[in-house]
Ligand binder design. Structure first.
Ligand SMILES: CC(C)(COP(=O)(O)OP(=O)(O)OC[C@H]1O[C@@H](n2cnc3c(N)ncnc32)[C@H](O)[C@@H]1OP(=O)(O)O)[C@@H](O)C(=O)NCCC(=O)NCCS
Length: 238
């Protein structure tokens, strides 16, 4: 599937981008990028296909991130008892600005594929997450559900999800305010979402994270998620 200007980046119109999500798309994507003056091609591929990876290297694609995907069979999972001092609840429209502020703090300098690409402006990489967080409440192409954590009346964490194929709760974007990190808030949010997904009778919960995002790996292991896949993200500039 080829996607032009992924939804989460539409605010940056100066850098038209294109996504190619399967190996067979890449040559077609290169042709379209040249024809339509796309500046940046983003391509995700599995770790196992070395012939493909070497082809990308020959074509001057640059490695920007490596991620792991986890899956949990929700309908086999017990309801999780959550002991946490924070209040967990579905987001409301009043949370939108707070989610943006939280993302600004939590994702500043985040080591994802955008920030790892030094040709992208730092401030734009940061603000992309802010817009993404802010838009997730209203824009159904970004998220179907948003859960938040609140402490003392302030928003201290959130996680967004899309429901895929009527059976998968896909964790999309999560963050915890830096001064509240490492207190189990992300773990509590994931527990809350497992219960939410169970209440919707969904079969799976799935999430992906950078290979060095150790906090997220720890939480996934704790709840019994299994590794489901892995991949590299490459960028090619024209
Ligand atoms: C990743 C993130 C959501 C974790 O939130 P958190 O509330 O600090 O996580 P928790 O306190 O629930 O931590 C869960 C586990 O991870 C560990 N952990 C948390 N941050 C860690 C880090 N930076 N390095 C190593 N371990 C970490 C905790 O110690 C805990 O394990 P433990 O219970 O065995 O001690 C938060 O760090 C964040 O917002 N980061 C920036 C945005 C981001 O990375 N989002 C996720 C993208 S996939």
């Amino acid at each position: 599937m080829l996607t032009l200007s992924g939804t989460e980046h539409q605010q940056d119109r100066q850098t038209p981008r294109m996504y190619a999500t399967s190996p067979s798309d890449v040559l077609e994507a290169l042709r379209i990028c040249a024809r339509d003056e796309v500046k940046l091609l983003i391509h995700e591929c599995g770790l196992e296909d070395y012939d493909h990876i070497h082809m990308l290297e020959d074509l001057s694609f640059w490695l920007m991130d490596t991620f792991v995907t986890y899956r949990l069979r929700v309908n086999d999972h017990e309801t999780v008892e959550i002991e946490t001092p924070v209040l967990l609840r579905p987001a409301k429209s009043e949370d939108v600005e707070g989610m943006g502020r939280l993302a600004a703090e939590a994702f500043a300098g985040f080591k994802g594929h955008f920030h790892n690409d030094l040709r992208l402006e730092r401030s734009k990489c940061d603000s992309m997450y802010v817009e993404w967080a802010r838009n997730s409440y209203h824009d159904k192409s970004l998220a179907d559900h948003v859960a938040v954590a609140e402490a003392g009346g302030s928003l201290v964490g959130f996680t967004t999800a899309r429901i895929r194929g009527g059976e998968v709760w896909q964790i999309v974007l999560s963050s915890v305010r830096p001064d509240f990190q490492r207190r189990g808030i992300y773990e509590a949010l994931v527990a809350y979402c497992i219960n939410w997904a169970k209440s919707l009778d969904l079969k799976w919960m799935q999430g992906a994270t950078n290979v060095d995002n150790y906090g997220v790996h720890g939480v996934c292991r704790r709840f019994g998620f299994n590794i489901f896949g892995s991949g590299h993200i490459f960028h090619k500039w024209f």
